[in-house]
Design a protein around this ligand. Structure first.
Ligand code: HEM
Ligand SMILES: [Cu+2]
Length: 652
């Protein structure tokens, strides 16, 4: 019997221990213990990492679709000269919302959603660390993103570009609420990113199955770990800069106002100290997808494990030393700029190391060209082109020529779409069977891939040429006779074909949920732990926590006589084994919290606080009270939980 919040008021399961195979009484008790409560109220109480991550993933993909709609609108507007579909004011909001949605509401959070779904499964854990905070972070993100779009619906979206430079974004040149709202909601959604980073880091460090030393961790987990650390250092910079902007606008501070001793360039430093690493936050998880997909479809471990890990870490470090290459057109000292040119070139080294390691893996393996692998392979073509134009832009002299032209727009989409979107689509095809228990159609998958690949190049390659011909970015229209007409039309046609390619994957996903081939636990014959459990995984992920003896546990035979799994954790409460950071030796047990609606309520209260601040500073005073109440109830120990834990103690 269960209470409304999924509690088990009776202590009957108290004596049961995990470690028994699926179907046993203990396994059933485990399923019950780790599942989310049913019903509408239960929906708000959910904290299972798979439930939250699935919602997170769907939400970020919905933002991707919305950002894509705006892209389609821009390409329609630009398809012919002097088009009257959009005026300049709307166009400004549209490209700002497109850039902001894609960067803040899609590209980074979608990677965090993938991380919170798969990291626990790959390291043999039953949950993420801080499952309630994970739920809270998701609701904060959902609310922040939704508010941004609601503002857009009321003609109040930001209109100063996704990097919102002052003085344009300051009080003098952007009166009204548009930038206030934009700045505040950026701070707010990045709060969610920070919380997720803490969740991922703690999960990786403390919840790994025994035997999974740092040196045996899947490269995907490494990528997510390094990314989470980079988030921790990058996001505060943008939260700080956007908060200072809001203060300049609302309470008359002068952080960015040179007339009163402030500095407009300060914004650019702070923003790009976040903004450049941001690109790597998007692209490093893509590297994790690549490693997982390539080793599975070549049927061998990725070549050069240590080199791969060190390259990831080096990339993350270097990415914080490049930001000034976004500021080559400012009046910073030339000598300083040359250092940033050098650093920008330097980062090609770790990136190239990884590319060569993958090529070595592919070269020495048996290549299986399934859809996920096609998406992974396209990375080599698209990202490398983006990387090449990146090296070109790293040169100060060339950059000052093509600064703010479509050459930059082409470059950034090659990097972002080649480095993140194509690997992400590969990842969705690869792990779809784990999410749903069924494999996506190969035929539709290949059709979608080829459409996307060809259309992408048709849409974005001409932009390089347009840029070199002098077409500036962020213009809502252009005159005919500039020689830009044909290429713009071509680019628009390509964009629509690209959208159609994406639609084919969506159709595939919807259709395969019912009609797809049944997957079983490991449809690809992969080597990492997420494939050791059911598809979709049961609520506790694993009925028996595995003991790990190598980096690809499913491909290796454990040494004779070595333990294969852990047993003895309670099946009646959410008990988890904590292991040491480096060697993953069993350290102690801890009890995880039960489902509760309070993270949801707390997120609503926090949203009211943050939104209120856009309108009055008094929101700090009144808005914190409900937040404090919600947090207090959230953390208050519940009697039923304590009783259950005591019963388990007694029974053992
Ligand atoms: C789905 C296909 C996409 C198309 C057709 C597209 C199209 C465009 C166009 C035409 C612009 C230039 C607007 C202008 O300067 O007037 C633009 C800007 C931008 N796009 Fe995309 N885009 C797509 C996907 C993406 C993705 C996936 C991302 C990020 C992950 C992204 C990030 C950006 C950013 C950051 C800007 C700059 C916005 C600004 O200038 O403030 N785009 N896009
Ligand atoms: Cu950069």
């Amino acid at each position: 019997m269960r209470g409304p919040l999924g509690e088990q008021p009776d202590e009957s399961g108290a004596h049961l221990k995990d470690g028994a195979p699926a179907g046993s009484a203990a396994a059933l008790a485990l399923d019950r213990t780790w599942s989310d409560p049913p019903g509408l109220l239960g929906w708000f109480c959910a904290i299972n990492h798979k439930t939250i991550a699935t919602r997170f993933l769907v939400t970020t993909l919905a933002f991707f679709a919305l950002g894509g709609l705006l892209a389609a609108a821009m390409r329609l507007q630009l398809s012919r000269p002097e088009n009257g579909l959009m005026g300049p004011d709307l166009y400004n909001q549209v490209f700002t919302m497109h850039g902001s949605t894609m960067m803040f509401l899609f590209a980074v959070p979608v990677m965090q959603a993938m991380a919170t779904y798969f990291v626990p499964l790959m390291i043999g854990a039953r949950s993420v660390a801080f499952p309630r905070m994970n739920a809270y972070a998701y609701y904060v993100f959902l609310a922040g993103g939704t508010m941004l779009w609601i503002a857009f619906a009321f003609n109040s979206a930001g209109d100063a570009g996704w990097f919102a430079y002052p003085p344009l974004s300051g009080p003098d040149y952007s009166p009204g609420k548009r930038i206030d709202f934009w700045a505040q909601m950026i701070t707010y959604t990045e709060l969610a990113a920070l919380l997720e980073a803490v969740v991922v880091i703690t999960t990786v460090f403390k919840l790994r199955a025994p035997g999974m030393t740092l040196g045996r961790m899947p490269l995907f987990v490494w990528a997510m770990l390094v990314t989470a650390f980079a988030v921790l250092f990058a996001m505060p910079a943008v939260m700080l800069s956007s908060t200072a902007l809001l203060l300049d606008r609302l309470v008359g501070t002068h952080f960015y106002n040179p007339a009163e001793g402030g500095d407009a360039i300060l914004w650019q430093h702070l923003f790009w100290f976040f903004g450049h690493p941001e690109v790597y936050l998007i692209f490093m998880p893509g590297l994790g997808f690549m490693s997982a997909i390539i080793s599975t479809f070549t049927k061998r471990p990725v070549f050069g494990y240590t080199a791969m890990v060190l390259s990831l870490i080096a990339t993350a470090f270097l990415s914080f030393g490049l930001w000034v290459h976004h500021m080559f057109a400012t009046n910073l000292p030339d000598l300083g700029k040359t250092f940033f040119t050098a650093a920008s070139m330097l980062i090609a080294i770790p990136s190239a190391t990884q590319i060569f390691c993958w090529l070595a893996t592919i070269g020495g393996g048996r290549l299986v060209l399934r859809t996920p692998m096609l998406y992974a392979l396209s990375f080599f073509f698209i990202l490398v082109i983006g990387g090449m134009t990146g090296l070109m832009l790293a040169s100060v002299s060339l950059d000052t020529q093509v600064h703010d032209t479509y050459f930059v727009v082409a470059h950034l989409h090659y990097v972002l779409i080649g480095g993140a979107v194509f690997p992400l689509f590969g990842a969705l095809y690869y792990w779809y069977p784990k999410f749903t228990g069924r494999v996506m159609s190969e035929k539709l998958g290949k059709a979608s891939f080829w459409t996307m690949f060809v259309a992408f190049n048709v849409a974005f390659f001409p932009m390089h040429v347009l840029g070199l011909q002098g077409m500036p970015r962020r213009i809502y229209t252009y005159q005919s006779g500039m020689g830009w007409d044909g290429l713009n039309l071509l680019s628009s046609i390509g964009s629509y074909a690209f959208a159609f390619g994406i639609f084919l994957t969506l159709a595939n996903a919807i259709r395969s949920r019912r009609a797809g081939e049944v997957a079983g636990p490991d449809p690809w014959g992969a080597g990492t732990l997420e494939w050791a459990t059911d598809s979709p995984p049961a609520p506790p992920n694993f009925h028996r926590i595995p003991v790990v003896h190598g980096p690809y546990p499913l491909w290796e035979v454990p040494p004779a006589g070595a333990p294969t799994h852990v047993a003895g954790l309670s099946a009646g409460i959410r008990e988890h084994l904590i292991t040491t950071v480096i060697d993953a030796k069993p350290d102690h047990r801890t009890t995880f919290p039960a489902p509760t609606p309070w993270p949801f309520v707390a997120a609503i209260c926090t949203t009211i606080l943050f939104t209120g601040l856009v309108f009055t500073p008094w929101a700090v005073v009144w808005g914190t009270i409900p937040v404090a109440i919600a947090l207090t109830i959230w953390f208050w120990p519940k009697r039923a939980e304590v009783r259950r834990a005591l019963a388990v103690e007694k029974a053992s």
